[in-house]
Ligand binder design. Structure first.
Ligand code: ASP
Length: 422
């Protein structure tokens, strides 16, 4: 019998997880049972993915950079990557703003629903505001300052320090290019095999992916708030999803036109990473799989993917920026605030920056949304309105975040002659 493709296996795991979650939520003991006996397996799966992230970045980025012929090649890849990341984020925010202005989901929300949501989620919203306050208290150049670690071992002990590890690896790789090849060879060989081992470990983790997502989704469904809130927020959710769908279409189109790879080739190649991003809501946790898929199934050479993808996972969040734009205007509409054109232009800038600053973990986009709201003069307490439905939307925007990174890596690879022939 032919083995079922990985994305089918993961999809089946997801469907069974949702079905079991729905069934168990009918019983009074269901949710506690899932917490005690099913959720831990989901957590083990996510942890094993996160476990691999820092060694993967270290290994593959050092190897990737040191494989380049010279520094000018690195700066050419770097410049293209950053420009494309800014461009795609800008497009995403603009798509979001257009949709939310056309559909006006905030005007569809009933007064009593608004009051109910504000009361019910006030404390959750306050928590996000408090988290955002910590971010806000930083100076203007602190984000830049934080990229340079003062101790690589210190940086590597914390998964949220991904940019610091990227900085060290790039720096180390540049050092390797600059010394005579003969001297660099042993270290290069070491990182070569180090990398192969890490990739094998990812393969092994992926064998457990269908079970991992099964456990994650079972837990998620039993924890989800009641369905009627989803209906009340239906127009808002629809606006975000429509925007995300348009972004997906744009990536597919761009990959098709620029790299001549068919939509089905692209989607089949990236699908397992998308399903995992959906199940984990974290582009950082999914990074190992995104890298593996992009290199081995989409044909991007390692010296491009190892640079483009980890940076993308940390700073390029098109789905998040789109959601922030839609959410900000939705909240303003719900509170009856008319946003001027200038205020909407301001949202383009702040949502772009806020998405860059969002960590690649579940719910991070909402924390940074507080800053977008504050900048536009929209009441931050409005977060309570969108709280109930944030997790499912987070799952979807994470898919777009990582798909955007994959598309950009293919385009950069094509332009550098580093995309495998089909
Ligand atoms: N969960 C998203 C990610 O990891 C970030 C966010 O929008 O909350 O890409």
């Amino acid at each position: 019998m032919r083995k079922l493709a990985l994305y089918w296996q993961i999809l089946i795991g997801m469907i069974l997880g949702v079905a079991l979650g729905l069934t168990l939520s009918q019983f009074s003991w269901g949710s506690a049972f899932v917490q005690d006996w099913i959720k831990p397996f989901g957590n083990i799966f996510i942890n094993s993915l996160k476990l691999i992230a820092i060694p993967l970045i270290l290994g593959s980025l050092i190897k990737g950079v040191s494989d380049l012929k010279d520094i000018s090649q690195l700066s050419s890849i770097g410049l293209k990557t950053i420009s494309l990341y800014i461009l795609t984020t800008f497009i995403a925010v603009s798509v979001g703003l257009t949709i939310v202005n056309v559909i006006s989901p905030g005007k569809h929300i009933a007064e009593e629903t608004r009051i109910e949501l504000t009361l019910r989620y006030a404390s959750d919203a306050a928590q996000k505001q408090a988290d955002a306050q910590i971010q806000r208290e930083t100076g203007p150049l602190e984000a830049l300052e934080n990229i340079v670690p003062d101790n690589i071992f210190g940086a590597a002990t914390d998964n949220t320090n991904m940019l610091q590890v990227i900085f060290f690896s790039l720096f180390f790789g540049i050092g390797m290019i600059l010394i005579p090849e003969k001297q660099a060879k042993p270290v290069k060989k070491f990182f070569d095999s180090f990398n192969h081992i890490i990739l094998k470990m990812i393969d092994i983790i992926m064998m457990a992916a269908p079970f991992g997502v099964f456990a994650l989704l079972t837990a998620l469904v039993t924890e989800a708030p009641s369905g009627d809130l989803f209906v009340a927020l239906g127009m808002y959710a629809f606006s975000v999803l429509l925007g995300l769908g348009i972004m997906l279409g744009l990536y597919i189109l761009a990959v098709w036109l620029i790299t001549k790879r068919s939509p089905s080739f692209f989607i089949k190649g990236i699908a397992p990473a998308q399903l995992l991003g959906f199940s984990t809501s974290s582009s950082a946790a999914t990074l190992p799989v995104t890298m593996e898929r992009v290199e081995e199934h989409l044909g991007v050479h390692e010296n491009v993917s190892s640079f483009v993808l980890p940076i993308g996972a940390t700073i390029n969040m098109d789905g998040t920026s789109l959601y922030q734009a839609v959410a900000a205007v939705f909240i303003a509409q719900a509170f009856g605030i008319d946003l001027s054109f200038a205020a909407q232009l301001g949202i383009i800038v702040t949502a772009t920056l806020a998405s860059i600053g969002s960590a690649a973990i579940p719910g991070a986009g909402m924390v940074m949304l507080v800053i977008v709201l504050a900048q536009a003069g929209i009441p931050e307490a409005g977060l309570a309105l969108i709280f109930a439905i944030d997790r499912p939307l987070d799952m979807c925007r994470t898919v777009i975040n990582l798909t955007g990174d994959a598309a950009v890596s293919m385009i950069v690879a094509k332009s550098e002659g580093k995309l495998d022939e089909q």
